[in-house]
Design a protein around this ligand. Structure first.
Ligand code: URA
Ligand code: SF4
Length: 183
């Protein structure tokens, strides 16, 4: 088992997939190592590649707003991505990039041991919950697996593209808050 600092160091210098050749910064997850809740998005965007930190761009503002709805801040949770390096032109991370990177997420999960894992968007939900997960139909529902509650909500960038999704996301966050309180 590695320490968190060792893991971050691996990610910072990781050569395991071709995204290592185009990234400016790897983006290790960030937040409380004692967090009871982990949020998992898909891959760093342009801003995150520049800054080396998850969700520093406009989708981060939406994410912070949703967190604030349920009285939490970034330092109360842990926030990470399936893939730690930015895919050029913001394309979806390829299955082989996800496969190469997923070990880091497994280590993050082992170190943090969250009670609730919230997937942000389809890519994370299909990787973590089920390959045929339908985010439009299933967002906001919970399942219990390996001692952890799993759910998914719309990705903040989907909300930016379609602001009508904001209310649904707030409703999902209220369900997440209920679960968080009862555990
Ligand atoms: N979008 C993501 O999926 N992850 C980030 O960290 C930023 C934007
Ligand atoms: Fe390594 Fe993941 Fe970055 Fe690929 S995306 S180089 S596997 S850290």
């Amino acid at each position: 088992m590695y320490t968190y600092e060792e893991l971050k160091n691996f990610v910072d210098h990781c050569p395991r997939c071709p995204l290592s050749g185009t990234r400016n910064h790897s983006v290790m997850g960030k937040g409380s190592l004692d967090a009871r809740m982990m949020f998992i998005a898909e891959a760093p965007g342009y801003n995150e590649d520049r800054d080396g930190v998850p969700f520093t761009g406009p989708s981060g503002t939406v994410f912070d707003e949703l967190l604030a709805e349920i009285g939490l801040r970034r330092q109360d949770i842990y926030l990470t991505n399936i893939v730690k390096c930015h895919p050029p032109k913001n394309r979806d991370p390829l299955p082989e990039e996800q496969e190469a990177c997923i070990a880091y997420l497994k280590y993050e999960t082992l170190l943090i041991r969250p009670q609730i894992m919230v997937c942000l968007g389809r890519i994370a939900a299909q990787r973590i919950i089920r390959p045929d997960y339908r985010i439009t139909r299933e967002h906001g529902t919970f399942l219990f697996r390996k001692n952890t509650w799993l759910t998914a909500v719309y990705h903040p960038s989907a909300i930016l593209r379609d602001p009508a999704k904001l209310e649904e996301a707030k409703e999902d966050f209220r369900k997440i808050q209920e679960k968080y309180r009862e555990l």
